[in-house]
Ligand binder design. Structure first.
Ligand code: HH2
Length: 288
């Protein structure tokens, strides 16, 4: 899943994509590099980020999604917490809603997803980007993240969203400090064991910056290693800035796993998709 942030203030790529043609160029490059989904976002969710008004978010994402949908065959997801944005994005050609609030921000989101038959990424977060840094307190991190994700799954089910539409994401860096982000990546098999496809978004995030003492644009190797190990632990969708490097890392991880006697990575039970180039199959799974 290639990240296309049309924001002035995203923590890594803010302000890079100034026009629809910039986004198309980046999207095409990501498609050539092996992306299976393009994720368009118009609101930064970095810690402390201010909320973006609905009209502004629409102005940022809708023309870009229309252009991508016209030009590229790849499925498109919209990274938004607002049902009003998701609705217009789906009309413009997106097929998946990526809700970093895990259906907690806008009560209209789950009914919208059910009505439209869209795919749904449910990410775990506590609070909002503005206050989530103060909410990173857990007694039993993995159990609590799983419990809260399952509450969101129940919200989706209650609105009529089929389980087949749902992908779960532990929300790396969202109300999680460095050690909590690492623990969630290490413990992914417990999340994968729920039977939903698992998405992770470690790309260039601050836990890598703290570990490596590097700025966001120099965290590519750390991001790719995180994705390879997450794949081995059962994750199947990887939200990244650096598609080419991630595809390489996942191809090597897959080849090593295939060469083992069983051919199955740990934590793969119930998750059938296989690596970076099978994006359309991954999204069939997301958007059924
Ligand atoms: N991370 C970010 C945004 N959206 N969606 C999912 N499902 N999982 C994630 O981990 C995730 C996400 C934050 O990263 P980025 O978009 O690069 O930065 P910003 O929020 O500053 O735009």
């Amino acid at each position: 899943m290639g990240i296309l942030n049309v924001t002035p203030d995203s923590f890594s790529d803010g302000g890079e994509l100034q026009s629809v043609s910039d986004v198309l160029r980046r999207g095409e490059a990501m498609a050539r590099a092996g992306a299976g989904i393009l994720d368009v976002g118009g609101e930064s969710t970095r810690p402390g980020a201010p909320a973006v008004p609905l009209e502004e978010e629409l102005r940022r994402v809708v023309p870009v999604i229309e252009a991508l949908a016209r030009k590229l065959a790849l499925p498109i997801s919209v990274d938004t917490r607002k049902a009003g944005v998701a609705r217009r994005a789906l009309e413009a050609g997106a097929g998946v809603v990526n809700d970093v609030s895990g259906l907690t921000f806008d009560r209209e989101m789950a009914p919208l997803v059910a009505r439209t038959g869209a795919g749904l990424v449910i990410m775990h977060m506590r609070g909002t980007p503005a206050d989530m840094r103060t909410r990173a307190r857990y007694q039993d991190l993995v159990a609590e993240v799983i419990r809260e994700l399952l509450q969101s799954v129940e919200r989706a089910r209650a609105a009529g969203v089929p389980d087949e539409a749902v992908v779960l994401d532990p929300g790396i860096g969202f109300a999680k400090n460095r050690s909590q982000s690492l623990e969630l990546l290490a413990e992914l098999p417990r999340l994968a064991a729920l039977g939903f496809p698992v998405l992770v978004g470690p790309s260039r995030k601050s836990f890598l910056g703290e570990l490596l003492d590097l700025p966001p644009e120099e965290r590519v190797v750390g991001s790719a290693v995180s994705c390879a190990l997450a794949w081995e632990r059962g994750a199947r969708i990887f939200r990244v800035h650096d598609v080419e490097e991630t595809v390489q890392a996942l191809s090597v991880a897959r080849a090593i796993t295939k060469a083992s006697a069983s051919g199955d990575p740990p934590g793969s039970a119930g998750v059938v998709h296989s690596g970076a180039r099978s994006g359309s199959r991954m999204v069939e799974d997301i958007s059924q």
